[in-house]
Design a protein around this ligand. Structure first.
Ligand SMILES: *Cc1c(COP(=O)(O)O)cnc(C)c1O
Length: 464
């Protein structure tokens, strides 16, 4: 008999922090995914990490991606979902390819950019949407509110499109998204409503927060789909193990380099290692937001505030939200605001993790060099990853099997690629279609009264 996996809060050991009552209990995966965040504002963590046999892993060499998603997600979810249901979910989530492109020797780029919004966020968002639909309360529609400043919103919106029993409202700041992002959001349609808000990203976030704390909405089934939901971490474990199965001899060590912002992606690799994959080193390069590499160097953690605007804009994070989970896995506690309450075992962290900050100038050089030397096209996030791997190999010596992650499609950065490489990368099919899609945004002022009225009308119309 296997013990059931339960989820605890990263804040459970916090003491004496004003306004926080540590949540000492445990919840099921179902509650963790539907609630999103623990009641003490901590992040949910599994209390047991299931082990996976390398035999089973390498047996899936050459098998399609959903087969690996079954093996990995099944290890976490076996008590809460039948394998038939899970199979439907992963097959529906992963109807695109996961290319492993050889760069040189046995050094590879894993391209996680073939999903509907051409970023790795599709992997997590698509599976989370289907898991939420599975676990939702059957007699009520589930309403998801998301504030976004760009790519997350479109990944989440596309992921929920057409998913049964769920309506999604995406709030974005009118003047702060690019033309292509706006088009991507406005034209999702179906059960996904984009709302263009007169104001900034913070205003959008405040509207969502206010709706969640509005008691008059208690009768409605509101939830968030933000990046700290464990339902978004679980799917991000799978591709590391998939890469291992395709490339490694059973038992061989592997190095992964993961361009990092909020550390959710890298956390997937940390869990893959703890499930039994021999990850020799997890490389977590950042852009100029260098709070984490500085911490590994000095032992003191200080967030970067305000965060620095860099080319790899999805990684402009001065205090990564999933740092709380990394600290928890290594025996420490850090809160949402960046205050460290207990430092983790830094020696163990340094043994497993390597980090380096990559400047914008070096990011650009890397894009140029990777193309000149190997004919590989990288965009700014993937270039930070590749440079992180190069620095690691220079400092720590060569290692045979290495995989660096490309987290977005180069065609999402046409100006940078044109300037640096003088080529225009072709858009993936999913993105080409966007220009042909129809759809107008709903526009709202940035005040809560108007938003509330709109939500009430819309939610009641749909639930009646
Ligand atoms: C979100 C994002 C990242 C950063 O991932 P985290 O999980 O936040 O570390 C990197 N690259 C791209 C393209 C992203 O959209």
């Amino acid at each position: 008999m296997v013990t059931k996996i339960r989820y605890y809060s990263t804040n459970r050991n916090l003491a004496g922090v004003p306004g926080i009552v540590p949540f000492k209990g445990y919840v099921s995966f179902k509650d963790a995914i539907l609630k999103g965040q623990a009641p003490d504002e901590g992040l949910f963590m599994p209390d047991i990490i299931p082990e996976i046999s390398l035999e089973d892993v390498v047996a899936l060499k050459g098998a399609p991606y959903p087969a690996m998603a079954m093996l990995v997600a099944g290890a976490f979810l076996r008590d809460e979902i039948s394998s038939d249901e899970l199979k439907k979910i992963v097959e529906d989530s992963y109807n695109f390819t996961v290319p492993l492109e050889r760069v040189v020797d046995r050094k590879y780029i894993m391209r996680l950019d073939q999903g509907p919004t051409a970023s790795f966020k599709d992997f997590a968002a698509r599976m989370m949407a289907r898991l939420m639909s599975h676990f939702r309360d059957r007699d009520k529609r589930l309403n998801v509110l998301v504030a976004t400043s760009g790519d997350t919103g479109s990944a989440v919106g596309e992921a929920f499109k057409g998913v049964e029993g769920i309506d999604v409202y995406i709030l974005y700041p009118k003047g702060e998204v690019s033309g292509r992002q706006k088009r991507q959001l406005d034209t999702i349609g179906d059960n996904v409503q984009a709302i263009s808000v007169e104001g900034k990203f913070d205003d959008c976030q405040n509207l969502v927060k206010e709706a969640f704390s509005d008691l008059s909405f208690d009768y409605l089934n509101l939830t968030s789909a933000n990046s700290i939901n464990f339902g978004r971490i679980l799917p991000q474990i799978v591709y590391y193990i998939y890469a291992y199965a395709q490339l490694a001899e059973k038992g061989e060590g592997i190095v992964f380099s993961v361009p990092s912002g909020n550390f959710g992606n890298a956390l997937g690799c940390e869990y893959a290692r703890r499930m039994g994959i021999p990850v020799k080193r997890l490389i977590m390069p950042t852009n100029e937001n260098d709070e984490f590499p500085e911490y590994l160097k000095t032992g003191d953690y200080e967030k970067v505030s305000p965060s620095r605007a860099c080319l790899s804009n999805a990684m402009n994070v001065g205090h990564p939200s999933n740092l709380a989970r990394f600290f928890a896995l290594y025996g420490g506690t850090v809160d949402r605001l960046g205050t460290v309450h207990a430092y983790p075992d830094i020696d163990m962290m340094r043994e497993n993790i390597f980090s380096v900050s990559v400047s914008d100038a070096v990011t650009k050089q890397t894009i140029e060099r990777a193309y000149d030397k190997y004919g590989v096209i990288l965009e700014p996030h993937g270039a930070v990853g590749w440079r992180g791997l190069e620095v690691y190999l220079e400092e720590c010596g060569d290692f045979p099997l290495c995989v660096s992650l490309e987290t977005a499609h180069p065609a999402k950065f046409p100006d940078e690629i044109k300037e640096l490489l003088d080529i225009t990368p072709e858009l993936p099919q999913s993105m080409k279609d966007i220009d042909k899609r129809a759809g107008e945004p709903l526009e709202l002022p940035g005040d809560y009264g108007a938003f509330k009225e709109y939500l009430q009308d819309s939610l009641e119309a749909k639930s009646s």
